[in-house]
Design a protein around this ligand. Sequence first.
Ligand SMILES: Nc1ncnc2c1ncn2[C@@H]1O[C@H](COP(=O)(O)OP(=O)(O)O)[C@@H](O)[C@H]1O
Ligand SMILES: [Mg+2]
Length: 362
Amino acid sequence: MPAERALPAGGTIGIIGGGQLGRMTALAAARLGYRCHVYCPEGEGPASQVAAALTTAAYEDEAALAAFAAAVDVVTFEFENIPAASVRVLERLVPVRPGWRVLDTAQDRVVEKRFFNGLGIATAPWRAVNSLAGLNQALAELGRPAVLKTTRFGYDGKGQSKIGADDDAAQAWRALNGAPAILEGFVDFEREVSVIVARGQDGATACFDVVENRHKNHILDVTLAPAALPAALAGEAQAIAAAAARALDLVGLLAVELFVSRDGRLLVNEMAPRPHNSGHWTMNACQTDQFEQLVRAVCGLPLGSPARFADAEMTNLIGDDILTVPALLAEPGAHLHLYGKAEARPGRKMGHVNRIRPLSSF
Ligand SMILES: Nc1ncnc2c1ncn2[C@@H]1O[C@H](COP(=O)(O)OP(=O)(O)O)[C@@H](O)[C@H]1O
Ligand SMILES: [Mg+2]
């Protein structure tokens, strides 16, 4: 895209969502001379603390959305579960990157699986499930163990349950309260990996290295960069992410989570069209981090180099982990990022620490 399409420094980026991903996006935007205006229902929080302006309103409030659109030059998301109708309201008034079609695909696990399979990209075997009879049929077809998930609004393992050999399917179904669901065959994976690709307005893509993710209590605990994968498999994961971003005509970031099966195949688990927790390591180990890359993409700037100059280990600080901060501050090579959350509730992401080991190839 020609340079005149780029948003000049001093312009304002609208960010939907008020959490830590918005905070780190706003900090990256500030480095490039932009202002950020945060829109979220919760009021003051991690993102608004470092932004120039805040709108506190429901995601369904069309008047507030219109006023927000009038106050910003471009809109992006740090949170993707906002109603498609609201995104359409914004899109009539201001460029929205990525657009509603991307969010629509990523918000629903059935639509998402169909999208990947339609590109010839493998996932776990799955069935859409809308009744107990449908669940029993799907269990008969896919076998046990299997994982039952709500199609929408799941995160950090919420809205899902594993159905093992002796588990009661009816109970698993009741727990969802009638929400539309998907049953997935359980993948006995060797490891979980993810990859983040940025795509600019000109269609250029830049992929970060593939990383390995380890979870604790269904919440991301540690990310290891790079993942210990054969180069061909890592390249395949990057190609999957780039193909998905192209097919969605996405401008921004796309994070793709994958399973590596014990026989060395990649199966896509899910995607997120925004910065991702498994990309926080890039803040201290890459030439351009995921947040700056998002800002560059949505503002029409050229993408930066995603090259990794260090090995990195990112550890989330969850709940009381925040008590380790004094020790982390004293640790050489530990880069601390805190999100400004006042209260350390169990399961709450308070910050993260990146430990880096520079490569010796300089
Ligand atoms: N089909 C599956 N087979 C094996 N493990 C799974 C499967 N689906 C999910 N999991 C495990 O549960 C975690 C959370 O599931 P995911 O679909 O990524 O939902 P969330 O939106 O909560 O991140 C995954 O990272 C993985 O460890
Ligand atoms: Mg996930």
